[in-house]
Design a binder for this molecule. Structure first.
Ligand code: ASP
Ligand code: MG
Length: 461
């Protein structure tokens, strides 16, 4: 296989929202000079429709009909508007009707048993991607190009058994996939992979969490040792700050893997947080592009660190966080305590943004919606050493991101100065945990002032 001849092209749900967008996606695929390997999300709004369909099915059997009609109608209309040839149209309808029948049966199962396991939920959600891949394949055929849909629970894309936030076992996948990669490439027929899911070691469908098709695309690029990964969205992409907060925000031309990985936890969460990991070992570059603004160059993400003259590339925020404060006078003397706490949290799929500790307090910052669960887990450690656990809410984490931040003198001082100039109190700050990020915690309502001040100081005076 010639590594350099393959480009993985991923389309997000917002690029598959109507026939106009889909035809643009097809144009992008067909004008590709390298061998295009396509990865798709479910069409816009379909994952949400399936999620609410599951909840409604659990409540009442008669609700299943409503979900199935919406699902059918949405995809039927898109197929009708995007496919001209009757034969191709009918074939496509037939294919996705079979898929929707499966969803229907699964939803009836949910409503009969009044029960939905994480495994069943993952399986039902995977149909959004199966249907969108089938329709895109139909539209390609209508444009004279053959393609094959490849469902990602059938190619040895093995994950752990976390059904809602799975992680791929890359080594095992590579071993399993090598054979497929060669035969797909040699056949020369455009493959369309379903994003968002793989399968557990027992062969059950597992999903990667919301936005997980980015991660799929990266895993597939790794599997092919592709030359490039291109991720299409219908939004502005990586910017120097959230444009809703800073009017002067600009699109970032280039990011390093580390910077992009940091940014994927913040702001508009342009990429799924796991996207960088699979492609990093092969140094495959990623371009994030805007299908709705094709003239914009997008953002190139590469393995090399690139130090900007101003050092700071982006100032981003996450206000969906809570800080857990763990108090105890002997905390500082207890070796391994932080590790045990963070192991317990991560074993439950809770991502820690940052921890900061002193001799008497450990502060752990996590996502808001995990707050109650985290408290329960941490409470089990309460005893001699941990005396009290409480929350600090209504705060936001601001990340100042750029390669070279810590190497250039005076940056931290400038950050604190700009913030104090707008009369904001820094609740907490952390520098040095990562080479490319400095974290600041402020009150939620101060976020716009702080970000604008920092943007003026570092990016656009
Ligand atoms: N369809 C899934 C979601 O909406 C995965 C994705 O779009 O990346 O979250
Ligand atoms: Mg989606």
């Amino acid at each position: 296989m010639e590594k350099n001849n393959i480009k993985v092209i991923k389309f997000g749900g917002d690029c598959l929202s109507d026939s106009k967008h889909i035809l643009k996606a097809v144009e992008i695929i067909l004008s590709e000079k390298q061998f295009p390997v396509v990865v798709v999300s479910a069409m816009e709004g379909i994952t949400e429709l399936l999620i609410s369909g599951i909840i409604k099915a659990k409540g009442r059997e008669t609700n299943v009909n409503e979900t199935i009609s919406s699902l059918t109608e949405f995809h039927y209309n898109i197929a009708q508007e995007s496919i001209k040839n009757d034969k191709v149209f009918n074939k496509t309808i037939q294919t996705f009707t079979t898929l929707i029948k499966k969803v229907e049966r699964l939803l009836y199962g949910v409503s009969y048993t009044e029960e939905v396991t994480e495994a069943v939920k993952a399986y039902i959600l995977s149909y959004g991607e199966r249907i969108s891949a089938a329709i895109l394949s139909g539209v390609l055929e209508d444009n004279g190009t053959e393609s094959t849909v490849i469902e990602t629970d059938k190619i040895g894309l093995i994950t752990d058994d976390n059904f809602e936030h799975a992680t791929v076992n890359l080594e095992e996948f590579k071993r399993n996939f090598n054979f497929h990669a060669h035969s797909i490439y040699n056949a020369g027929i455009i493959p369309i992979f379903t994003g968002f899911f793989g399968s557990s070691p027992e062969g059950k469908v597992t999903t990667f969490g919301r936005g997980g098709a980015d991660y799929s695309a990266s895993v597939i690029a790794f599997g092919f040792e592709a030359n490039e990964l291109e991720i299409w969205k219908c939004c502005t992409g990586f910017t120097s700050a959230d444009p809703d907060i800073v009017k002067e925000a600009i699109i970032i031309d280039k990011l390093s893997y580390f910077e992009a990985a940091e940014l994927s936890y913040f702001g508009k969460k342009i990429l799924h947080p796991l996207t960088i990991e699979p492609i990093a070992s092969h140094e495959i570059p990623i371009t994030v592009k805007n299908l709705c603004e094709p003239k914009s160059k997008g953002t190139l993400i590469v393995s090399d660190a690139y130090v900007e003259e101003n050092v700071v590339k982006s100032i981003s925020q996450n206000d969906n966080i809570v800080m857990i404060r763990i108090h105890g006078t002997g905390i500082g003397y207890k070796p391994g305590l932080i590790k045990n706490l963070s192991d317990a949290l991560s074993a439950n799929g809770i991502n820690i943004f940052s921890t900061l500790s002193s001799q008497t307090t450990i502060n752990i910052i996590i996502e808001n919606n995990f707050a109650e669960e985290a408290l329960e887990i941490l409470n089990s450690f309460k005893g001699k050493i941990i005396e009290k656990i409480d929350f600090v809410r209504n705060i936001a984490l601001i990340a100042i991101i750029g390669e070279g931040l810590l190497r250039k003198r005076g940056i931290f001082g400038r950050i604190l100065n700009s913030i104090s100039n707008v009369k904001v109190n820094v609740e907490m700050a952390s520098a040095g945990a990562s080479e490319v990020a400095i974290y600041i915690i402020v009150q939620k309502e101060e976020v716009p002032d702080v970000i604008n001040a920092l943007h003026k100081e570092f990016i656009k005076p």
